[in-house]
Write a protein that binds this ligand. Sequence first.
Ligand code: GDP
Length: 293
Amino acid sequence: MFSALTDKLEDAFRKLRGLGKISESNIADAMREIRLALLEADVDFKVTKDLIEAVKTRALGEEVLKTVTPGQQIVKIFHDELEKILGSAADLDLGPPQRILMVGLNGAGKTTTSAKLANWLKKQGKRPLLIALDLYRPAAVTQLQVLGQQLGVPVCVPAAGETDVVRATRAALAWLEQQGSGVAIFDTAGRQEVDEALLSELKKVRDLVKPNETLLVADAATGQQAVAVASKFHETVTITGLIMTKLDGDARGGALLSMRQVTGRPVKFIGVGEKVDQLEVFHPDRMAQRILG
Ligand code: GDP
């Protein structure tokens, strides 16, 4: 993850740092390299443009060219701006009603991440409860049941043959009433792409559940469509945070920056493997260090 980006940025930074004197044309060259590195890492076009502009504006505004170490100053400005995009660390909101709605596309990792989150909550001394509401992909219900069993976490499943998500959600809320207090994690259905059917279904579920957290689970390998995907979910169900999955893979990583920037919502966790304990709390500062090498 991010290794190609890191290598390319390092090249650009090395050149910048190496320059005794720096001119506006040096800056322009370096910025071009940084811009390409970001785009190749699948960072959204506009996010890249804004980031580069912010660095340029600050570099010129702060009269970096007149300082003794202009190259280093520019690298530092870039670091600051990247940290700004990554945001600050944000805890999971566990306040009432203690309901977490997991949303995302098919295959993003919602079901796996629901179980991972239950495992994480258990380790925090909380009482997680899992609710299967993915009627679109029937295997997801069984998958959640199996994972819940392994973790010793109660799982609510829809009635056999249930196809109405509103009815299934109402039944789940009734089940929840009987369970007493706990942190409920609702695993919802996805689709191959963000379509009307998915969004209207999620809206109905969201209005019934009234979650305090709505987490968008997204594959870190999502390419240039990251911004469109994140915006559509955010406009429809107002997400409160992001979970980026598969950061253990060879994803170039741009989706994390793009989705974070376009929603303005924090990345709360990252998935780093298929196993139930391979979920990590996200630390933006560490990620910035990693990207910058
Ligand atoms: P859903 O359709 O969103 O519910 O997706 P699933 O939870 O079924 O996950 C789809 C696939 O991605 C499964 O094979 C998971 O094991 C895998 N997966 C989920 N999260 C991660 C992760 O962080 N790393 C890796 N390597 N695989 C993951």
